[in-house]
Design a protein around this ligand. Structure first.
Ligand code: ADP
Ligand code: ADP
Length: 222
């Protein structure tokens, strides 16, 4: 992952808001990076750019060999579906589907359905300790279990990059510790991880913490 002089400006009323103001960032395969910073500093915008949900107005974003900033929306969405998994603070699991069906959701929209997906989903759920909960619905799970299921879903298509926005933000401390230890295991297994967090325990587990202020990299703590 290589961002070079990435800028992103929003127009609001007559004003221009520089959400990202010249970001340079290089993230190696297998790295675990945390992004921190005050509200409004550009964390969500940076995550959206990294996730190919949003394109920079200026600058370059290389993911593997692909220049994301030059892609049209269809190409960007294809790169996203193939390479990127997303985890959110509020889980975003569908309440009427079982845990297993939720984990399989990325396959529902895949152009190349994968016959192995269900067995991979079952394996993932076993591995993260939800083997006995596959046929339950989200309403029957604790917050930590919900977030682990959401992480399994994000991993279903074996993304090169896992992005998480405040993955422990809605969890009590024990559930947060469970999720954090899962993230640590994924990192140990070679998964590239980038997450936005306010939680110092999460940042402490990362190899590098990028501190944003006013859309710029203010500090990098290794
Ligand atoms: P953070 O995630 O660190 O709180 P954001 O990336 O959400 O920061 O926002 C960075 C800046 O860009 C803020 O000033 C915010 O108000 C502005 N911003 C973000 N999204 C939009 C949008 N869709 N329209 C207008 N301004 C936005
Ligand atoms: P959560 O992680 O709790 O699911 P998100 O960070 O995804 O929350 O988003 C919180 C709220 O802010 C959502 O309603 C989302 O639509 C909105 N939001 C997030 N990013 C942007 C953005 N770049 N521009 C406008 N709204 C945004």
């Amino acid at each position: 992952i290589k961002l070079s002089q990435v800028r992103k400006t929003y127009k609001q009323g007559g004003n221009e808001i520089r959400a990202l103001d010249g970001i340079d960032l290089h993230i190696a395969t297998g790295e675990f990076v945390a992004i921190m910073g005050p509200s409004g500093s550009g964390k969500s915008t940076l995550l959206n750019v990294l996730g190919a949900l949003d394109k920079p107005d200026q600058g370059s974003y290389l993911l593997n060999q692909d220049e994301i900033s030059a892609m049209d929306d269809d190409a960007a969405s294809e790169v996203r579906n193939r390479n990127i998994g997303f985890v959110f603070q509020s889980f975003h699991l569908l309440p009427r589907l079982t845990v297993l069906e939720n984990v399989l959701l990325p396959q529902r929209y895949s152009k190349a359905p994968d016959a192995q997906a269900e067995s991979r989903a079952r394996q993932l759920l076993d591995r993260i300790g939800l083997g006995q909960r596959m046929d339950h619905r989200p309403g029957e799970l604790s917050g930590g279990q919900l977030q682990r299921a959401a992480i399994a879903r994000a991993l279903l298509n074996q993304p090169a990059l896992l992005l998480a926005d405040e993955p422990t933000g809605n969890l009590d401390s024990k559930s947060a510790a469970d999720v954090l230890s899962l993230l640590g295991e994924l990192h140990a297994g070679g998964q590239t991880l980038v997450l936005v967090t306010h939680d110092p325990a999460v940042a402490a587990k990362a190899q590098r913490t990028i501190h944003l202020a006013d859309g710029r990299v203010a500090e990098v703590v290794a």
